[in-house]
Design a protein around this ligand. Sequence first.
Ligand code: GLN
Length: 285
Amino acid sequence: MASCGDTLLYIRKRLIAAGCDAPEMEADILLALTLGVSRSRLLAMRSTSMPNDQLAKLEALLARRVTHEPLAYVTGSMEFYGRSFDVEPGVLIPRVDTEVIVDATLEVARAHPNPVLRILDLGVGSGCILLTLLAELPKATGVGVDLSPLCLKVCSRNAEKLVVQSRVALREGNWFEPLTGDEAFDLIVSNPPYVAEKDRESLQPEVRDHEPPTALFANDDGLEHYRPILSGAKARLQANGAVILEVGFDQSKAVSDTARHLGFEVETRRDTAGIERVVIARMRG
Ligand code: GLN
């Protein structure tokens, strides 16, 4: 009978043959998930026999991963800002780059005169931005909007996991459309779809072929959604409010210019690769 160590070697070979980037780490993750143990526990199990009744489960997970389904969809979760978020096909997987918008928003929030902030997240997806902010700012409340009922379902599950469900409301619809009456916010955050159609082919197959296109692609070189978000935000921002947006690697200038034309004062923040990744737009006066 094969040992767990042998099985790890077998998984690695399958992952290498499929061209996966991190076969050793992914093999550990897939076997630990199959066996229902932690990765550190798995380390101590190399010479243990691989239970035969777990092989079909392992093969099912591997079959998904070798067709370049993202590992996060296969495992059902992704780490973001030190917390685990549920994800599934149809929900954009949280990116490490997006932690920059969380840092920028926390910086604005902590300098804000109002200690009880109301935050709106447009295109909330898994909830990684909004729910992280609520977890980090225990007095804040939030509204998350998304077009996708599936995203709202997963986001609501994540809100319970992070124990912030009593401070968040989720609404289905397009950008500001599901807001009611004169609802207004101190902070409006968004990581809208911003990948230009011309860049589609340069994306990894994991992203291009498996993640939701409506969360990724946008017209006008990816800039399509920034103007409606910024102009709509003017009617929904409280005094001292700010709009905080994630942008693509070459979009900071265009989005900053749009914001200035609409009367905002603008600052930007860079990601760890030095790319201007976040635009902070505040209303003058
Ligand atoms: N950063 C993501 C990617 O390049 C895109 C996310 C988005 O369009 N908002 O895969």
